[in-house]
Design a protein around this ligand. Sequence first.
Ligand SMILES: [Zn+2]
Length: 167
Amino acid sequence: MAKAVFLDRDETLNPDPGYINDPALFELFPWVAAELARLKKAGFLLIVVSNQSGLARGLIQWKNLIAIHEKLNAILQQQGNVTIDDFAICSHIPDDLCECRKPKPKLILDAATRHQIDLSQSFMIGDRKSDFEAGKAAHLKKSFLINPGDEPSFKAAIKEILETSLI
Ligand SMILES: [Zn+2]
């Protein structure tokens, strides 16, 4: 079975000016590509798990979201020779009471089914409590709550994942 690191997107991988709907406004934090390359080399699938309520609010269009993720992968490819394997997106607003919005674990669980992922050998990294709770509810090996847009806590999480997975 595969193992994965599930990654929140906004403020974990990229600055978030709010409801990004234009690839031109999307940039990765400069430390991300090299770190994700280390995870990929260690055999992890990389799966972005993101609440994008701007879709339901009409502030983000799916075609633009797809273009943004193509840019994300193009930057990763250029800077780290690595790409995200899958994007799991909740398009709903909280009032929709959907089954997929984090902190619910459904996006993670469905991705695990798609990619035959062993959740007990997998991890979550995110900057919000909802990320942490989703990882916990999916019974991952560990969920890391990092500081928003923060290089040291992001790198510390990656380091611990790599060390833990050697055992
Ligand atoms: Zn949803």
